[in-house]
Design a protein around this ligand. Structure first.
Ligand SMILES: [Zn+2]
Length: 173
């Protein structure tokens, strides 16, 4: 498939190469039709929603459009947009799942660094600005060494489902 060929259910590609997984069309359509993907994902089976870990008030999920293999997001179940809206319990568990994600990613691959953070508001780059999510992006020396807007072709050597399975297997009990 050509890089710039329109993809049914997704729209016109923007030039980024992405891993295409047709069996997740329902997931993508939901996001494209104005539903909130981060509210929808927890209702899906883990493998379908790419959920890696479910906590009490938040969960960890693989990014469908990863900047790097293993790119995770940690989200509260509640549909809140701003970090200041989190309860103490949510803020604590988002922090805990973020730490566990780092431990797990280090366990399954020779991760050398991380980018961790939240884009607050569309102007700051949040793709789904209405629902808070913390990115956990593993980094390796020699990986795409700047934002993917610069490195337009990203190396994604592992299928998302394989990445999810490995992370689930190695996540701390
Ligand atoms: Zn939501």
């Amino acid at each position: 498939m050509s890089e710039l060929e329109p993809i049914d259910g997704v729209g016109t590609p923007d030039g980024f190469r992405r891993l295409w997984t047709p069996h997740r069309l329902a997931y993508i359509k939901e996001a494209g039709e104005g539903g909130c993907p981060f509210c929808r994902i927890p209702s899906l089976p883990d493998a379908e929603g790419l959920v890696v870990r479910r906590g009490e008030v938040s969960y960890a999920v693989l990014n469908l459009y990863p900047y790097a293999p293993g790119h995770l997001m940690v989200c509260p179940y509640r549909h809140i947009a701003d970090y200041t809206e989190t309860t103490a319990e949510e803020a604590e568990e988002i922090g805990l799942l973020t730490k566990e994600a780092m431990h797990t990613l280090r366990r399954v691959s020779a991760v050398q660094g991380f980018n961790i953070g939240m884009n607050q508001g569309a102007v700051a780059g949040a793709g789904v600005a209405a629902h808070l999510h913390q990115h956990v992006v593993p980094r390796w020396g020699g990986d795409s060494n700047f934002l993917p807007i610069v490195a337009r072709t990203k190396a994604l050597p592992m299928l998302l489902e394989d990445v999810r399975s490995r992370l689930v297997e190695h996540w701390p009990a």
